[in-house]
Design a binder for this molecule. Structure first.
Ligand code: DAK
Length: 258
């Protein structure tokens, strides 16, 4: 399917979704968010996709929601339209792993979109921020909640109250980002990471995603119980038999998602 604001390629079981509004530093407008929701849903349903990589350009992952589009909107309009609410929920409900590959500006809604992914790999040029306060608003797609869970209250308050940008080294140090690579190597390294996940059983990848996400939604006791039930359930799969047999036979497993 062709999109106006995205470039989507599926190769070797990886769906690479590139935000493509270069003139606006990939600012998220309604069309882009609708197309993105549709692209991730299509990837989630596609048997030829096992991992989704979400990226932007070298200059910007996304510089936030589109201020030009939002500037004149009224409360009534954004409330009735539920601006970006539906799309954010769709992206948050994707069951396959999503990696955000971030270079350059990753601000406001862009930072929130990266945090909606399962983990963030950044280039050494990445700049993260929640500068909504400079526009007389607050974050609206999870920024105050997710950034606080990633980096803690103090740093989250600092980011939201001052609107400052955080370089990738600091983002890695405080746990927002899992790894940092030189900008020129970012996509090669991210594709290597995606390929590693492609090799696993998709049943296991999806189960991992459910379990880790549960850690942010529930108490430790409930989360541990959920994990144990999922762990027990994996013994009903052929991939568990194959994975353990392959280990004992000192060979690579051939997972079949069964
Ligand atoms: N929106 C629209 N256009 C943008 C943009 C944005 N967020 N960011 C950049 N652009 C456009 C610029 O207007 C400029 O376009 P022209 O003037 O050439 O037509 C072009 O991209 C290049 O930008 P600059 O000339 O400014 O480039 P610089 O390198 O000088 O500066 C910058 C880069 C990223 C520091 C600067 O562009 C900047 O500060 N951008 C705005 C960053 C920002 O404030 N982001 C937060 C936006 S508010 C919600 C969900 C989400 C949200 C809200 C509600 N709901 C679910 C309810 C999210 C809100 C936000 O993200």
């Amino acid at each position: 399917m062709a999109y106006d604001t995205l470039i989507v390629e599926v190769e070797d079981y990886v769906s690479l979704i590139r935000l493509n509004r270069p003139d606006a530093l990939n600012a998220l407008n309604s069309k882009l968010m609708k197309e993105l929701a549709s692209a991730v849903q299509a990837a989630d349903r596609d048997d030829n996709v096992r991992v989704i990589v979400l990226t932007g350009s070298e200059k910007a992952f996304a510089a936030g929601a589109d201020v030009k589009e939002m500037a004149e909107k009224t409360f009534t309009e954004v409330y009735f339209d539920n601006l970006f609410g539906v799309e954010a929920e769709i992206i948050g409900q994707v069951r396959k792993p999503i990696i955000a590959a971030v270079s350059g500006y990753c601000l406001g809604g862009g930072c929130e979109l990266a945090m909606l992914s399962d983990f963030i790999i950044a280039s050494d040029t990445a700049k993260f921020g929640q500068p909504e306060i400079n526009l007389g608003i607050v974050a609206g797609m999870g920024g105050t909640q997710r950034l606080t869970r990633f980096v803690g209250k103090s740093k989250s308050m600092d980011m939201h109250l001052t609107g400052r940008f955080m370089e990738s080294a600091e983002a890695e140090r405080c746990g927002l980002v899992s790894r940092v690579f030189p900008a020129k190597d970012l996509m090669t390294e991210v594709m290597k990471i995606a390929d590693k996940i492609v090799e696993k059983s998709l049943l296991s990848s999806m189960a991992v995603k459910e379990c880790v996400n549960r850690a942010q939604e529930t108490t430790l006791a409930e989360g541990l119980l959920f994990e144990r039930r999922v762990f027990h359930a994996m013994f009903a799969t052929e991939d568990q038999k194959e994975g353990m047999a392959a280990f004992l036979e000192k060979r690579q497993p051939q997972f079949r998602d069964k």
